[in-house]
Design a protein around this ligand. Structure first.
Ligand code: PMP
Length: 440
């Protein structure tokens, strides 16, 4: 009997023994297509030779240098690349060890920023319902997933939630996207006023929502309106691109497609392409200056930040992802995936919506397509799809059950950026079979 505890305690899992390209092999010799990149992590597939080489080279030099004593060339090169690629204005990089740590660091930085600029009363954080921003206590509290937060209540009392931008469920027929964006901006503004206009420090959102909603992008102008509201009330806009960043949606940063620049952006997952500890927080000049010219009391930092081997891996991953042919493939194969899903599942009575951007696609599963009625959460359709898909040699990322009692089940697909059309066809075929088997 194995002594290791899995994410769902008490379950057994196949044992992964090898990975190459888009495939993982288990100890029984079964081969799986990694249709979700793990959890939107393996953007270049498994064991990419150039990334392995970069890591090996770094291992032959130095494997750990605490960042209170040293910087390293690989960490500096990584930061330079990120700044070159980020929307103008995000000129500084704070390396961290992963997604939750990036979000946690953003919250702590926002809080300390307002202390530095003489507004310590700004403590409230507004995020969105049905969101996920990580599993550490601050990130978990910021996430608006009622089910995940429930057992930790009372959780940070300064966290509040407004509606996500989720057109499939919340934009009624007859409402235009502009009106919908306006309505959500008004809701945000009302929440700020309710909490006290000088009391809110940050609004946190994922530009394209991954794990909790399944590749749900915003309607046009939503983020422009959010940016305007934040500016009106002097609130920092923190965008969480841990999952949707690093080219996943067809641009290096998902917010580029919204035409806005946040004050802080978090990235992780795809940035390391499967190697940890790595993630980053990127910030604007205004925040940097507050610390660089401030009290000197900035207090933060974890043991593994800027880890040289992880930084070498990420530096190579970013160098590869930014090659034009990679992003072209994300866009082309993303369209191919959407077309394949539309053709195979578009008519299914159990598929309500198929959406997404780049190689980040979601399929929403419903009990009734016409009424959009979700399945009874007790049926755990998302878990059944995952089981059926694994039987057929497909890794996909289903989520659902009761999220605030409303949104039901969905499947997220986030395959590696190197995927080819034939492999997309296999993903679609296996997913369609798995959904069929699961809903019976
Ligand atoms: N933010 C978002 C949007 C995420 O999807 C995740 C992970 N699913 C996190 C934060 C947390 O990242 P990690 O698991 O690396 O801590």
């Amino acid at each position: 009997m194995t002594k290791i505890l899995h994410r769902t305690i008490g379950t057994t899992l196949p044992r992964a023994v090898a990975g190459e390209g888009i495939y993982i092999t288990d100890s029984e010799g079964r081969i799986y297509i990694d249709g979700s990149g793990g959890a939107a992590v393996s953007c270049l597939g498994h064991n990419h030779p150039e990334v392995l080489e970069a890591m090996k080279a770094q291992m032959g030099r130095i494997t750990y240098a605490h960042t209170s004593f040293f910087t390293t060339d690989v960490a500096e090169q990584l930061a330079e690349q990120l700044v070159e690629l980020a929307p103008n204005g995000l000129d500084y990089v704070y390396l961290v060890s992963g997604g939750s740590e990036a979000v946690e660091s953003a919250l702590k930085m926002a809080r300390q920023y307002f202390v530095e600029v003489g507004q310590p009363q700004r403590r409230h954080i507004i995020a969105r319902r049905q969101s996920y921003h990580g599993n550490t206590i601050g990130a978990l509290a910021t996430g608006g997933n009622a089910w995940r937060r429930a057992q930790f209540k009372p959780i940070l009392p300064e966290t509040h939630h407004v509606s996500p931008c989720y057109a499939y469920r919340d934009m009624p027929v007859g409402e235009t996207p502009e009106d919908y964006a306006e309505r959500l901006a008004a809701e945000l503004e009302a929440k700020i006023i309710e909490l006290g206009t000088g009391k809110v420090m940050a609004f946190v959102a994922e530009p394209v929502v991954g794990a909790t909603l399944g590749a749900v992008g915003p309607v046009a102008d939503y983020f422009k309106r959010v940016r305007q509201v934040c500016d009106k009330y002097g609130i920092l806009l923190i965008l969480d691109e841990v999952m949707c960043g690093m080219g996943r949606t067809g641009t290096m940063f998902a917010c580029e497609q919204e035409g806005i620049v946040p004050d802080l952006v978090t990235i992780a997952k795809g940035m390391g392409g499967g190697f940890q500890p790595i993630g980053a927080l990127m910030l604007s000049e205004k925040i940097y200056r507050a610390f660089a010219e401030g009290s000197g009391l900035f207090q933060h930092g974890h043991t593994y930040i800027g880890h040289p081997v992880a930084a070498a891996a990420a530096n190579k991953v970013v160098e590869i992802v930014r090659r034009p042919e990679i992003m072209e493939n994300v866009i082309k194969m993303g369209e191919c995936l959407q077309a394949g899903l539309d053709a195979a599942l578009g008519q299914s009575p159990y598929v309500g919506d198929i959406r997404g951007r780049g190689l980040f696609r979601g399929v929403e599963i419903v009990a009734d397509k016409d009424t959009q009625q979700p399945f009874d959460p007790a049926r755990k359709i998302h878990s059944r799809i995952k089981k059926e898909a694994m039987k057929r040699g497909l890794m996909c990322y289903p989520m659902g059950g009761t999220i605030d009692g409303v949104n039901g089940d969905h499947v997220l697909l986030a395959p590696p950026y190197i995927i080819q059309a034939k492999q997309i066809d296999l993903i679609v075929e296996r997913l369609a079979e798995s959904i069929d088997a699961a809903v019976k």
